[in-house]
Ligand binder design. Structure first.
Ligand SMILES: [Zn+2]
Length: 128
């Protein structure tokens, strides 16, 4: 797996485990320090929607995630409009004039409301 922030591939395993899903590992990126789960498949809403086999696990993870994780939006509307218009990345820079803190905030809120934020932040603490 690659670090979601810096693409590094070396991790150390942190102590502690995800309650209700001990198979998940908690990893810390050796390069940037990001702490993340070793798999995101378990937390993608709708991923196992039609499977049934993982339904229970999926529900547990959604509940757990709704209590511990936050949505975050990395890319702005200008970035996405640029994708639609040109089919290329980098729109948040190319069309910087379309960015404003208010617009970016409102766009992030709108995406969060429909569960389509591009980033999920989870914070994990070691139990003492
Ligand atoms: Zn990293």
């Amino acid at each position: 797996m690659k670090c979601y922030l810096c693409n590094a591939t070396k991790f150390i395993k942190r102590k502690g485990q995800v309650r209700d899903n001990p198979d998940l590992k908690i990893l810390e990126c050796l390069s940037c320090g990001l702490v993340a789960l070793n798999s995101h498949d378990h937390v993608r809403a709708g991923h196992y929607e039609n499977s049934g086999m993982h339904e229970n696990q999926n529900q547990i993870m959604e509940l757990w995630f709704s209590e511990t994780a936050e949505d975050d939006q990395r890319y702005s509307l200008s970035n996405h409009l640029y994708w639609v218009s040109r089919g290329q990345p980098g729109g948040h820079k190319e069309w910087e004039s379309l960015n404003s803190p208010d617009l970016n905030d409102e766009y992030a809120k709108a995406l969060e409301k429909i569960g389509k934020s591009d980033t999920i932040i989870g914070i994990f603490e070691k139990e003492n």
